[in-house]
Design a protein around this ligand. Structure first.
Ligand SMILES: C[S@@+](CC[C@H](N)C(=O)[O-])C[C@H]1O[C@@H](n2cnc3c(N)ncnc32)[C@H](O)[C@@H]1O
Length: 320
């Protein structure tokens, strides 16, 4: 099964139980909103990616009742759920779309996504669409989970698989989530500046390993390519998890949470992609000197552009 379909199916199936079990996602949303408070309060148009059952959408409406909000999710069941949560609201437009495939449009002041970007299969495409959707100077703010999430689960599974003589332990999705360094690199590549990232580990206690797994299942945050464990592996790994990490009748599960904010630059000067006129090709040395002084001038002007809106003066032709 295609991985995207698996993600979509997992969340859609758990739309009814999600809110009862999504305490960590709510915590992520509250902190995300706190960190993006200024951008959210001042925005005229907000795009929310991965709205799910609408928890953050509702918070955004409270934070800034004047803003127009476009709330987008991969699955119609979730969009419907969010719609019911907010009721009839002329300030919210609902969209069923894949954030990695919709291309990005709309001149938004803020693009925001809570607990969603760890599920992206092509983060470059999603970030390019976010960039495309933002006005110059607009903000992208998101929270995600990092690869150390559920580290106890990963270690217990590997130990159990080893003890049973299995060639390899079953992989868990969290192990391939992106870390802060990867997000920084991708945000830079997409053209974003002023990147601000925060990473925190949050440990949640559960009464048992089975209860932890049930909780995960109830939020839809399970493997998009399900490979059910054999009863032997399940028994071995739950026992190992409990003996390695359990204490006082509970077991811990660690979430590695990443909050990120980045800006689309107010002014873009794309020298690297300039089309070289024929004259320049015939006079390389002369051009080199002129290029260096032009670059210095543009750097100075670009610096000044932070203080005055001179962006329209630039008309640099990008390469096709
Ligand atoms: C963990 S839920 C978070 C929902 C909500 N933001 C919240 O905080 O409660 C992740 C959501 O992202 C959506 N999602 C995952 N991949 C997506 C994609 N490529 N495009 C749009 N939505 C996506 C899922 O359908 C799901 O509703």
């Amino acid at each position: 099964m295609e991985i995207k379909q698996g993600i979509r199916r997992n969340f859609a199936r758990r739309a009814a139980s999600y809110d009862r079990h999504a305490a960590v996602q709510r915590f992520m949303a509250q902190e995300l909103l706190r960190r993006a408070d200024e951008a959210a309060a001042g925005a005229g148009r907000i795009l929310e990616i991965g709205c799910g059952t609408g928890y953050l959408t509702e918070q955004l409406r409270r934070t800034n009742p004047q803003a127009l909000v476009v709330a987008l999710d991969l699955d119609p069941v979730l969009v419907q759920r969010a719609r019911e949560r907010l009721g009839l609201d002329p300030k919210v437009a609902w969209v069923v779309a894949d954030a990695e495939a919709w291309g990005g449009r709309g001149a938004f002041d803020l693009v925001i996504a809570n607990a969603t970007f760890q599920w992206l299969t092509q983060p470059e495409a999603a970030l390019a669409a976010c960039y495309q959707s933002l006005k110059p100077g607009g903000t992208l703010a998101f929270s995600s989970l990092g690869p150390r999430t559920f580290q106890e689960l990963g270690v217990s599974l590997a130990t159990a698989a080893g003890s049973l003589g299995m060639a390899a332990a079953p992989a868990i999705p969290a192990q391939s989530f992106l870390d802060p360094e990867a997000w920084t690199r991708l945000l830079n590549q997409a053209g974003f500046g002023q990147i601000d990232l925060l990473r925190k580990q949050l440990t949640v206690s559960f009464p048992s390993v089975v209860q932890f797994l049930k909780d995960l299942q109830a939020t839809g945050a399970t493997n998009p390519r399900p490979r059910p464990f054999s009863p032997r592996l399940l028994r071995a790994f739950t026992a190992i998890y409990k003996s390695m990490y359990g204490s006082n009748g509970s077991i811990p599960a660690t979430y590695e949470i990443i909050w990120a904010a980045a800006q689309k630059p107010q002014h873009e000067v794309a020298l690297a992609g300039c089309r070289l006129p024929e004259y320049v090709k015939g006079h390389p040395q002369e051009f080199k000197q002129k290029f260096i002084s032009l670059k210095k001038t543009l750097t100075l002007i670009n610096f000044c552009c932070n203080f005055a809106d001179l962006g329209g003066l630039f008309n640099v032709q990008p390469l096709n």
